[in-house]
Ligand binder design. Structure first.
Ligand code: NAD
Ligand SMILES: O=C(O)C(=O)C[C@@H](O)[C@H](O)[C@H](O)COP(=O)(O)O
Ligand code: ZN
Length: 391
């Protein structure tokens, strides 16, 4: 598995196509008829309408899914940019901010709002997802089922969404106490990532985004991991424009190369992007929204790496380096235990979509920038590492 991934990413991992100025990048994800570009740069919001038109989007109307916080900051400017490009009607729909909003009821309300605004085929809107991973995941799902699918554009506004959730087409909501269990694969037509929008993020959300970046370095790219270790992590946390553009572009390129090989998560290759997510997702849900996704994944990466060390597939030195980086990012490596939490985490973990035929499946690092999938791990060892992050 490791070899497959490495040979396919190979030297292409940093090949960012068509860099058109120092602080901007354009990366293509090649998925045949579902291919699309990811535009990363500054000052893109004011020209959003022009960008959409220049990418062939001719819709008369737009339906913006956002939340009160992000919409409050940016919706008026988005509307102005669209109206300047002759969008006739720009409808706004808000979902609640944060993970609590990523549920079936909000998904259903979003579908109802789409139908109310566009009750007939007279106009099929362009759906624009203005927000973080919650807006992107829920909105991409709604766009995928309304009229059996209408085109949508991702406009990520968190660091996490910029480097991960806006690309790759996994869209879903949580349901029945399971993360992302109701969803589909649905690729956007375009991703417009205006890095200026990250300047209003709460520092906790910036830290949260670095978790997925450390994930990419940890299992996909030794050079990215070392770059973070050398001091770019702190520049990233400070949203240094040059480092930010470079690292967002690297992560997007890494994700694009993985998704190109396994768009529908069927071959095991895409599992690499799930490093830290088996235990992390279990914890994220069981902690009742006390942890952000990135925080839960940071703890999940520590637990998974401890498991890898126990299984003898990864040296202790990698665990030490990973832990140092996670701590430097201001991310947690454990979570306060509560009565019943361990059982809830283990139950939630057992719903992991990677598990097959009752066998557990773990994505484990083997050395910096490489990984291996291990199946059927002794549950006693798994329980040990879960307990190790709850205290
Ligand atoms: N589909 C995928 O491939 C994928 C990948 C990674 C994560 N995810 C999902 O993404 C979600 C987490 O996404 P997230 O970390 O972006 O969280 P989020 O969407 O909840 O956003 C975090 C917070 O930041 C606020 N915010 C967003 N942009 C802002 C801005 N520019 N200025 C000020 N505040 C802003 C939001 O209102 C929210 O309160 C999880 O549900 C996770 O499962 C999906
Ligand atoms: O794109 C992917 O594939 C990922 O696994 C990226 C993850 O960071 C993300 O959290 C994803 O939503 C997890 O997917 P899931 O299939 O485990 O729900
Ligand atoms: Zn994730």
């Amino acid at each position: 598995m490791t070899k497959l991934l490495q040979s396919a990413i190979g030297n292409r991992q940093l090949a960012i196509e068509n860099v058109f100025s120092m602080n901007s990048a354009r990366i293509e994800i090649d998925l045949g008829p579902r291919s699309y570009p990811i535009a990363i740069g500054n000052n893109l919001l004011p020209v959003l309408g022009k960008i959409l038109r220049s990418h062939g989007m001719r819709q008369a109307d737009a339906f913006i899914i956002t939340n009160p916080q992000v919409g409050g900051l940016y919706f008026d400017r988005v509307r102005a940019a669209l109206e300047a490009a002759e969008f006739r009607r720009v409808v706004r729909h808000d979902i609640p901010a944060s993970e609590e909003g990523k549920n079936w009821d909000e998904f259903s309300s979003t579908c109802a709002a789409l139908l109310k605004a566009f009750p007939d085929t007279g106009s099929v809107p362009l759906v624009i997802l203005l927000g973080g991973g919650v807006v992107g995941d829920l909105g991409g799902f709604a766009a995928g089922v309304f009229r059996r699918g209408v085109p949508f554009v991702q406009m990520p506004t968190t660091l996490l969404a910029a480097v991960d959730s806006s690309v790759g087409g996994k869209v879903a909501v949580n349901f029945g106490g399971v993360k992302n269990i109701m969803g589909i694969f649905n690729q956007p037509r375009l991703v417009v990532c205006d890095l200026d929008l990250l300047s209003t993020l709460d520092p906790r959300e910036v830290r949260s985004g670095t978790s997925e970046i450390i994930k990419y370095g940890g299992v996909c790219s030794a050079s990215l991991f070392e770059q973070l270790e050398r001091g770019d992590l702190e520049k990233l946390l400070a949203l240094d424009p040059t480092v930010l553009t470079d690292i967002v572009a690297q992560c997007v390129a890494l994700k694009a190369r993985v998704v190109e090989q396994d768009e529908f998560d069927k071959k095991g290759i895409r599992n690499v992007l799930n490093f830290g997510h088996t235990i992390g997702h279990g914890l994220e849900l069981s902690a009742d929204y006390a942890l952000t996704h990135g925080e839960a994944i940071a703890i999940g990466m520590i637990a998974a790496t401890r498991l890898a060390v126990k299984l003898g597939v990864c040296p202790q030195s990698f665990l030490d380096r990973l832990q140092k980086l996670i701590e430097r990012a201001g991310l947690p490596i454990s979570f306060a235990d509560q009565p019943g939490l361990f059982d809830r985490v283990v139950r939630a973990m057992q719903m992991d979509k990677k598990f097959r035929d009752g066998k557990n499946v773990f994505v484990l690092p083997t050395t910096v920038g490489a990984w291996q999938q291990v199946e059927n791990v002794d549950w006693a060892l798994v329980h040990e590492v879960v307990r190790s992050v709850l205290h």
